[in-house]
Design a binder for this molecule. Structure first.
Ligand code: B12
Ligand code: SF4
Length: 504
């Protein structure tokens, strides 16, 4: 019997143990490798000493390649840490990066000595094809593997992108490969044992600022209803899931395709959360809304992005501000909390747009006070390699810093891990923001967050939230956001939860 080659899949730390949800990327990859390659998983969200664990596993001598899942932001730093450690101790083991960071920044990743291959977009088929070549299973050449970026001598080569695959919809995830699968269900405002789950793949839109668009290039596929039911019942039965956070980029697609999924959710009665678009919600008929209510949808995260239709048009969002307001209203009528995300300070008019966004948020709050608000800075990323994207190219070529110098993105992964660029990737800062604007945004965020503590915060004590709310109410009412020193001081004792950083 021949031993299968072994791939160690690592999800580097991105969040606390308590916020850890199923590491879906490495689980999907492990499922795709099954039968052809053996795999094991290390999750840095649960194993807080995952670098040591990875080195120990490699020292065991049975690992033939390492695959890391890398999102830009804090996960990039932990990915660099473990990759450097592996390269130093086991220089002969190939290190493969996949996920959102290398999908966009394949070149900066490959400009580092600790990354050998960068897989762009959906990773399952590309990884199998790469391993087949590395281990001599196939006589294919590296330059024929779609979706792969690699080094040929000193040059970085980006092969063409891989076509969208729906194969993942047919696979069940090997939760038993995780050390303790039950650790991934946590208490949230939805329930005591909320699970993360991805039903559909991709998104049919191509907003220029969004990493999802560069990964899926306008493609989407929904799962068959039976699969959704089967997988969720499994999570209920085996791990006690009592609620679901859907990680789909976009849960609501065309009504006729979404209705069978809503019927499943109505049967299962698990309170749920999802990403949605304003236009898709507005397109639902009354009977579909009845299903939404019956299925116990609690909150829908909607990319409102901006109070200005010209900007929505510029970034190819495909929705309008009147649709955002209508979606808020329809959510209110159906007892669903809309969670609106906004991108502040676009470089065309950072101050003006920011103030208009604040006014728009006040309007939304008057319409439906329970609406949750997520504030980000507009921070478009460079276009992904593999296929020219003139719209994204245009959006980023117009960017400059406060001195008017054109913005130059880092050319290495280490460069992207510097604080300035980490904040940029996380949409918490951008080089064209003046100190005054930064302060204005910080102050507004503080006042708003204290005045309307998020319902998703089940960790902070309710007395603390009530105290902050009372303290912040006059400031919000009279629009006196500047220097909220008393709120900042109180928040040192009463820590509020930030769903932007840790999720639900
Ligand atoms: C869950 C999640 C989180 C969780 C992390 C996990 C947890 N709680 O345990 C938390 C809440 C911590 C998080 C944080 C952030 N997130 Co997040 N997150 C997600 C979410 C909803 C699901 C991720 C997931 O599991 N996807 C399902 C898997 C199967 O897909 P995948 O990861 O893309 O994996 C596929 C490929 O990428 C590739 N692949 C991935 N890894 C690997 C590895 C190898 C070796 C290979 C070969 C291939 C490969 O193959 C996989 C299968 O096809 C996604 C949206 C989404 N649906 O993906 C956003 C998303 C990934 N997050 C995003 C962002 C920007 C962030 C933040 C950096 C900032 C922010 N604004 O939210 C923060 C960081 C916050 C901080 N700490 O400061 C963006 C990424 C965009 C981009 N260009 O980088 C996304 C796409 C959301 C969005 N629409 O904007 N996030
Ligand atoms: S912002 Fe939303 S709708 Fe636009 S591409 Fe990204 S996931 Fe799709």
């Amino acid at each position: 019997m021949t031993m299968l080659k072994h791939v160690l899949l690592i999800n580097p730390t991105i969040t606390s143990r308590r916020s850890a949800r199923f590491p879906l990327a490495v689980l999907n990859l492990s499922a795709a490798l099954a039968g052809r390659y053996a795999s094991s998983i290390i999750d840095g969200n649960i194993d807080r000493d995952f670098v040591t664990t990875a080195l120990r596993t490699l020292a065991g001598g049975h690992v033939d390649a390492v695959g890391l899942s890398v999102m830009g932001g804090p996960q990039l730093r932990s990915a660099i840490l473990v990759s450097k450690a592996i390269r130093a101790r086991f220089p002969g083991v190939p290190i493969i990066w996949g996920g959102h960071f290398p999908s966009i920044c394949a070149e900066p990743a490959l400009n580092e000595p600790y990354v050998d291959y960068a897989i762009r977009g959906q990773g399952e088929e590309t990884l199998v094809a790469l391993l087949d070549v590395l281990f001599g299973v196939s006589s294919e050449r590296l330059d024929n593997i779609a979706g792969l970026s690699w080094r040929s001598q000193e040059r970085v080569v980006h092969n063409p992108g891989r076509a969208f695959s729906t194969a993942g919809l047919g696979r069940s995830l090997p939760y038993d490969r995780l050390t303790n699968p039950r650790a991934y269900l946590g208490r949230t405002f939805l329930g005591n044992r909320t699970t993360g789950f991805q039903a559909a793949l991709g998104c049919r839109f191509r907003c220029t600022f969004c990493g999802v668009a560069s990964m899926f290039r306008g493609k989407t596929a929904l799962p068959p209803a039976e699969r959704l039911e089967h997988e969720l019942r499994h999570l209920q039965r085996h791990f006690g899931a009592d609620s679901v956070q859907f990680f789909d980029h976009n849960f609501f697609d065309r009504e006729e395709d979404t209705v069978p999924l809503l019927e499943v959710l109505s049967r299962l009665q698990l309170p749920w959360w999802c990403f949605a678009r304003a236009d898709a919600l507005l397109n639902l008929s009354e009977s579909s809304w009845a299903l939404v209510r019956k299925s116990r949808l609690r909150m829908a995260y909607i990319g409102a992005e901006s109070p200005s239709d010209w900007l929505l048009h510029d970034v190819r969002k495909g929705t309008r501000t009147d649709q955002t307001l209508e979606a808020v209203e329809i959510c209110r009528r159906n007892d669903v909390i809309p969670e609106l995300s906004f991108m502040l300070a676009p470089p065309q008019d950072p101050e003006g747009e920011t103030e208009r966004t604040f006014d728009f948020i006040r309007q939304v709050k008057r319409l439906h006070p329970k609406t949750e608000i997520m504030l980000y800075i507009y921070a478009p990323l460079p276009p992904a390699p593999g296929k020219p994207n003139p719209q994204v190219q245009k959006a980023v070529s117009a960017l400059s810093d406060t001195d008017g110098k054109p913005l130059v993105f880092p050319t290495t992964a280490d460069g992207w891990a510097q604080q300035k660029w980490l904040s940029y990737w996380c949409h918490t800062d951008a080089p064209w923001l003046t100190p005054a604007l930064r302060e204005r945004i910080r102050d507004f965020t503080t006042v708003l967050g204290c005045r309307f503590p998020t319902i998703t915060d089940v960790r902070s004590p309710s007395w603390g939230k009530a105290a902050l709310q009372a303290l912040a109410s006059w400031r919000y009412r009279f629009e006196r956001y500047g220097r909220p020193w008393e709120l900042n001081a109180s928040r040192k004792f009463i820590r509020l939860w930030d769903p932007r950083v840790s999720g639900l």
